[in-house]
Design a binder for this molecule. Structure first.
Ligand SMILES: [Zn+2]
Ligand SMILES: [Zn+2]
Length: 258
């Protein structure tokens, strides 16, 4: 088994937790302490790109969303319009995602959220910028974590992606625009209906400012319930031209690998 950078070797963990998010020469120490294995496939990353967290092979395996619905980019059924965004309210004008949540993307999200790999965000932002058109304007607004989850994690993965995307697209990031009214539970194990109920009314936003629009940013789009709830809060506060962008999109049911 290849020892991953995230391996919990007791003596190395505290040092790595400092090193892995520091964009400086101390990465040489990380390379020395921990073998250079891809976070997605655990194979060795080539010497030609010693700081790559995800190997070239896995990056090539990422599946971008292509074509589909003009509003949400989900694949269209053979007959009729898009069923994925049909129930979304009109205030959420559009949604884009860079790649499908296949194995490689899932590992990237997992390492960003649960293993502290904030350094994955620039790669995610690059993928978003490559596969989604840059909005004409507007501010990026990350989905906020619950207070409890933020305390546990120490950072908001959506804000980390939003900052990197703001740099890639040269758009402002308003990290405090969306706030949580209440702490809902995890969305992970819920049905679509339960997800919608869980986040309904969960967000708040200040009265609309001068931005030309708001682009809500999150790591994964599953049913869209979170984005719809956030868009509702923004629209209720007078914001207009609301879209959403996520790094990954949950696979349509028929594409899931059981
Ligand atoms: Zn790999
Ligand atoms: Zn759609």
């Amino acid at each position: 088994m290849v020892l991953k950078r995230s391996t919990t070797v007791t003596c190395a963990v505290s040092m790595v937790s400092v090193v892995k998010n520091t964009p400086s020469a101390v990465r040489a120490l990380e390379r020395f302490l921990l073998p250079n294995a891809c976070l997605a496939c655990e194979r060795w990353v080539g010497d030609s790109e010693p700081d790559a967290l995800v190997c070239a092979r896995c990056r090539l395996r990422l599946q971008p969303l292509l074509g589909g619905c003009g509003r949400c980019r989900h694949p269209l059924p053979l007959i009729g319009g898009c069923r994925f965004c049909a129930e979304w309210p009109p205030e959420l004008a559009w949604a884009r995602s860079a790649v499908w949540l296949d194995h490689e993307a899932r590992e990237m999200v997992h390492h960003l959220k649960y293993r502290g790999y904030q350094r994955l965000a620039p790669l995610m932002a690059d993928l978003i910028a490559r596969h989604a058109p840059r909005p004409q304007g507007g501010a990026l607004a990350p989905i906020p974590l619950t207070r409890r989850r933020f305390r546990e994690r120490g950072y908001n993965q959506a804000a980390v992606i939003a900052r990197a995307l703001g740099r890639a697209w040269n758009l402002p990031v308003h990290e405090e625009l969306l706030t949580r009214r209440r702490d809902g539970g995890s969305q992970t194990a819920l049905t679509p209906e339960e997800r919608a109920a869980n986040v309904a009314g969960a967000f708040a936003a200040p009265p609309a400012g001068v931005a030309r629009g708001v682009i809500i940013v999150d790591d994964v789009l599953t049913t869209g319930a979170t984005l719809v709830a956030a868009a509702g809060a923004l629209a209720g506060a007078g914001w207009r031209h609301i879209g959403a962008i996520t790094f990954a999109r949950a696979l349509p049911f028929e594409r899931r690998v059981i």
